[in-house]
Design a protein around this ligand. Structure first.
Ligand code: HSE
Length: 321
């Protein structure tokens, strides 16, 4: 059953919600993410790991707990070991934390996904990739109090993902038009998902629910028939964005600037403060990234840009020994 002594996996950042799909839609972003290495305990000394402490490295390592039961990667791995009856296997975890926290780019999910993907490979792929989502969601529960899957699922599977149901979990991958790109801009402020969830309304008027459902259906149809106008009309959020806008300085101006410059649609990435803009073609995405960056600069915020096709890859194994 134990197949390797050590496995390293990468899991990408993600954009959740996609405006019209609060908690039910997300997609992977190419080129940025976290890495996790799982080592069987007898080798852990060589890696400088201790079973109950996660060996942390990377730009944002100092900002998250290294204690295994408080770290999203540790929680996800332990949930996996318990569910597969392997809680007696001693292994250690090393996490390279490259994604900023409280960024709206699925940072906590990327850590748990990388870790659970690695441990599954180490144990000979006991579970399917889709079955791993539930364990990464346990990491999300620790990070923000809500076991949402709209970052974890696309980070694991790649591309665009719809969570049709949470109970039972029903995850659907949808291939996007190949020309569809995304610009994600991360303004350098931190916004905790738990705080950004706290501001949400508990009661939503029926007319808003109807509009949100119609937009979600419109967006899915737009992806399937490559109708960019329909996608643009559907990227609209009546649930979270109206309440979260005030948490992101310069958001409205940046969104306006992106749309005026030709973005198909624009909204808050996950719980923010990052914002995403859907674009036709990579060069348009680069241009829109510059426009949003300038707009945030006018609001006094530095930002970092990520450009990605919508069909970006999900978690992958980097090394196994
Ligand atoms: N759907 C979650 C939220 C995503 O908006 O709170 C968090 O990244």
């Amino acid at each position: 059953m134990i197949k390797y002594k050590s496995v390293t996996a990468f899991a990408p950042a993600t954009v959740a919600n996609v405006s019209c799909g609060f908690d039910i839609m997300g997609f992977a972003i190419q080129g940025c993410g976290d890495k996790a290495t799982i080592v069987l305990a007898k080798d852990s000394g060589k890696e400088g790991c201790d079973d109950n402490q996660i060996a942390m490295s990377g730009k944002y390592a100092h900002l998250i707990p290294s204690q295994r039961d408080k770290n999203t990667a540790g929680v996800a791995v332990d949930a996996y070991l318990k569910a597969t009856g392997n809680q007696n296997i001693k292994l250690s975890i090393a996490l390279e934390k490259n994604l900023p926290l409280g960024s709206g780019m699925g940072s906590s999910a990327a850590s748990s996904v990388a870790a659970v993907f690695a441990v599954n490979a180490l144990l000979g792929n006991l579970l399917s990739v889709k079955e791993l989502i539930q364990f990464a969601m346990e990491g999300e529960r620790v990070a923000c109090g809500a076991a949402h899957a709209d970052n974890a699922a696309p980070s694991l599977l790649g591309g665009f993902v719809l969570i049709r149901s949470y109970d039972p979990l029903d995850i659907i991958q949808v291939h996007c038009p190949d020309e569809l790109y995304c610009a994600v801009l991360h303004p350098h402020i931190e916004l905790n998902t738990s705080d950004a969830r706290r501001v949400l309304k508990r009661d939503i008027p029926m007319r808003d629910v109807v509009k949100q459902c119609a937009n979600a259906a419109g967006f899915m149809t737009g992806l399937l028939i490559a109708d960019y106008d329909l996608l643009g009309r559907s990227v609209s959020d009546l649930l979270a964005e109206p309440k979260r806008t005030m948490l992101i300085p310069g958001f409205e101006q940046a969104k306006r600037a992106a749309l005026d410059a030709g973005a198909i649609g624009c909204g808050i990435s996950g719980s923010g403060p990052s914002i995403f803009a859907l674009c036709k073609g990579e060069s348009m995405a680069l241009l829109i990234a510059e426009v949003i960056d300038r707009s945030f600069a006018e609001a006094g915020l530095l930002s970092e840009a990520f450009i990605s096709p919508m069909n970006a890859p999900g978690a992958l194994i980097l090394e196994r020994r």
